[in-house]
Design a protein around this ligand. Structure first.
Ligand SMILES: NC(=O)c1ccc[n+]([C@@H]2O[C@H](COP(=O)([O-])OP(=O)(O)OC[C@H]3O[C@@H](n4cnc5c(N)ncnc54)[C@H](O)[C@@H]3O)[C@@H](O)[C@H]2O)c1
Length: 256
């Protein structure tokens, strides 16, 4: 199927790398005009260039999602130059793997930084685009995690687990409130996806990767492309009666 997102203007945060980059490319393949946003301006520009190089439509802008006022400015700019946004993917995220009992300063910094990006960032960007999304009866796709439901048995940050539980809660709350405006709000829960986010872990901690794979019925790590189908589904009319849901793209991790 092609052209599923024609006439749509889509914003993807953290679109310069990994899952966000793959979603931006996938949306453009389906006909959306994509605004690639990332704290890393060069990475955002590279994704947009890859899209236009493949005859898609894209623009890029630098945006750190922790900067609330800047989010509003960027939303206004996109609305004025590209048109009203009808799809928002809240994908930008970070992780650090310090236990709660680790060094005090590190734990406090992790908490502040991870909440600022993974949870407050989702709020900032969504709030900034709210009126455009209501005007277009738009779709919001939030990137959650296995850790939207559980803490994985690895040395992992409690802040990350808390933030991803929060993303799911936010998804449900907004779905409930915005349904009357025709705005659908859903999430995707990726499993262990090979991206720069976990490059170091994959290189240095094979036991952790094995633990994940032993717990993954499909028996392999995911690729960013594995998240694109669910992201297109939730953004297009195929999911017209789906809201407040999370689509797990985790190789079955949560089933065993
Ligand atoms: N990779 C996985 O296994 C996995 C699993 C579950 C969920 N996720 C989630 O998927 C999302 C994307 O992760 P990824 O694996 O593609 O990571 P990634 O590191 O490859 O990409 C993240 C992108 O977000 C950008 N970013 C970081 N902080 C930002 C900020 N403050 N403002 C704007 N952009 C910012 C980075 O510059 C980068 O381009 C994250 O929300 C992550 O938590 C990833």
């Amino acid at each position: 199927m092609t052209g599923l997102l024609e006439q749509h203007i889509a914003v993807v945060t953290g679109g310069g790398s990994g899952i966000g980059r793959a979603i931006a490319l996938g949306y453009a393949r389906e006909g959306a005009h994509v605004a690639v946003l990332d704290a890393d301006a060069d990475a955002a520009a590279a994704t947009a260039k890859a899209i236009t190089g493949a005859r898609g439509e894209a623009s890029s802008l630098q945006l750190d999602v922790t900067e609330r006022e800047k989010c509003r400015e960027v939303a206004t700019q996109i609305g004025a130059t590209m048109g009203k946004v009808s799809i928002l993917v809240n994908n930008a995220g970070i992780n650090r793997r310090n236990a709660f009992t680790a060094d005090r300063e590190a734990v406090i910094k992790d908490w502040q930084d991870i909440m600022a990006v993974n949870l407050n960032g989702v709020f900032n960007v969504t709030h900034a685009f709210l009126e455009q999304l209501r005007a277009t009866r738009g779709r919001i796709v939030n990137i959650g995690s296995i850790q939207s439901f559980m803490h994985v048995r690895t040395p992992n940050s409690p802040a990350y687990t808390t933030s991803k539980h929060g993303v799911l809660g936010f998804t449900r709350a907004l779905a409930a409130e915005l349904g009357k405006d025709g705005v659908r709000v859903n999430a995707i829960g990726p499993g262990f996806i090979e991206t720069p986010l976990n490059e170091k872990v994959r290189a240095t901690n094979p036991d952790l990767v094995k633990m994940f794979m032993d717990h993954t019925p499909l028996g392999r790590t995911g690729k960013p492309e594995d998240i694109v189908g669910p992201a297109i589904f939730l953004a297009c009319d195929l999911s017209a009666y789906v809201t407040g849901s999370i689509v797990m793209a985790d190789g079955g991790y949560r089933s065993i």
